[in-house]
Write a protein that binds this ligand. Structure first.
Ligand code: HAM
Length: 418
């Protein structure tokens, strides 16, 4: 292997030690918060038909245009490593006839996703998201619940300096009319725009709001805003979402220029950012996608959801990862001949529910006791060819006993200690 090949591919990483424990803690918190709110776990395949994302996420999005890991399998099918989870969840909703269940159907996931992006801190080519999707109701209370759940999760995980930005994109019709208006505005001031924005006036004029190019920023300052043009039903829906957030006392900012990078959104869109993150400030975001299920060939079904990046949650300040649990017992062997007995004792201890390990690296007895200490073992059993010694690793006290009685004695002592 070359030097580069001997490392994890660019934009990917191994998860070990402290970080693995921190991730488990995030998963446990997400499970408890989401399942208590009626969300059920779903996992979908790592890859799907390319067309699912082309249609679902949208041909004009950066994701579909340049970030997908697409390959052809042995039978010539075009498949894509999932860049996001909403389109696959909608595909599963249709495939399993979930519209026949009582609505809304609430699903959550914690999985890895793939985007061919420029790798940097907080932006990877394989990354993890925790996500929640609720399908089958357009009640604005579901929007508010969804946003509040993400807020609750991020707050519980200790994410610092959070801001919630909120907007509404209205219905596809209102958005269509607005796009035309925005295109006209952009065309009328073409020469002030960046090359990139100018080339995308037709395909995706809304992305001009994302630009940091000074000329474009000036043009966008005078641009018409979709939020000012919502029809009555969309405006009332948005108003209700806002008042429910206010009732819950969760602060938010209205940002009429909030553009999410995926094409399926309708009505409510939102994003949580954290100052702690620097350039890649988005911790999590989502919104409504009332047309997506139908677009994928299913019945008309509204939906709302979000996803938050696990790596970004970690960067924004996660809960202290719990230390690995200390051992109850470390089994030491005085000579190789007793290894079989040691192995038996190890499994007796584990069957009794104790956290136990045995010596597996051929250390001397003093090396074994050091290893027991490193593991924080409460007791060590030292097996000799005749007797077994049980050593209290805290006070150094030792007593001899028959090997068969060690577990019984250990349980008794641990009980009195607790
Ligand atoms: P998204 O905004 O593309 O939305 O991604 C959601 C979150 O995933 C981001 O806020 C960020 O924390 C994390 N993320 C995205 N790309 C990367 C990356 N390259 N490296 C590290 N983290 C990343 C969605 O994916 C939608 N499916 C969310 C949604 C669910 N909307 C409705 N339901």
């Amino acid at each position: 292997l070359s030097e580069a090949q001997a490392k994890a591919p660019r934009g990917t990483f191994d998860v070990l030690g402290q970080e693995a424990r921190a991730r488990s803690a995030i998963e446990a918190k997400a499970r408890s918060i989401l399942e208590d709110a009626g969300y059920e776990r779903i996992e979908t395949p790592c890859f799907e038909a390319t067309e699912l994302f082309a249609r679902g996420v949208g041909e004009s999005s950066d994701i579909v245009k340049k970030e997908m890991y697409t390959f052809t399998d042995g039978s010539g099918r075009s498949l894509t490593l999932r860049p996001e989870g909403t389109a696959p969840v909608c595909r599963a909703y249709v495939q399993h006839g979930m519209h026949k269940r009582p609505q809304p159907v609430k699903l959550w996931y914690l999985s890895s996703f793939f985007r061919y992006e420029r790798a940097q801190k907080g932006r990877y080519r394989q990354f993890w998201q925790v996500g929640a999707e609720a399908l089958g109701s357009e009640d604005p209370a579901l929007d508010a619940e969804s946003i509040l759940l993400l807020h609750h999760l991020l707050a519980e995980l200790g994410a610092r300096d959070l801001r919630l930005r909120l907007s509404s994109l209205g219905s596809p019709q209102a958005r269509g009319a607005y796009r035309e208006q925005l295109k006209q505005h952009l065309q009328s001031r073409q020469e002030e725009l960046s090359e990139d924005v100018r080339s995308r006036i037709e395909l995706n004029p809304l992305r001009a709001f994302d630009s940091e190019h000074p000329g474009t920023v000036a043009v966008m300052r005078d641009a018409p805003l979709l939020l000012d043009q919502l029809d009555a039903a969309d405006a009332a829906h948005f108003q209700e979402v806002r008042s429910l957030l206010e009732a819950a006392q969760v602060p938010y900012e209205i940002d009429p220029t909030l553009v999410r990078g995926l094409d399926y959104y309708t009505r409510t869109v939102f994003e949580f950012t954290s100052e702690a993150l620097g350039a890649q400030s988005g911790v999590g975001g989502g919104g409504r996608y009332d047309g997506l299920v139908e677009q994928l060939g299913g019945p008309r079904t509204p939906g709302i959801g979000w996803a938050a990046g696990i790596e970004r949650i970690l960067l924004a300040g996660s809960p202290a990862a719990p230390a690995p649990a200390a051992l109850d017992l470390y089994v030491c062997v005085q000579e190789p001949a007793v290894r079989r007995h040691a192995f038996e004792l190890l499994w007796q201890a584990r069957s009794a529910g104790l956290r136990a390990e045995m010596e597996l690296a051929g250390r001397s007895l003093s090396g074994q006791l050091k290893q027991a200490d490193r593991h924080g073992a409460r007791f060590a059993a030292i097996l000799g060819d005749r007797e077994t010694t049980l050593r209290d690793m805290q006070d150094g006290g030792q007593s001899e006993m028959a090997a068969e009685t060690v577990v019984h004695e250990l349980l008794r002592r641990l009980r009195t200690l607790s």
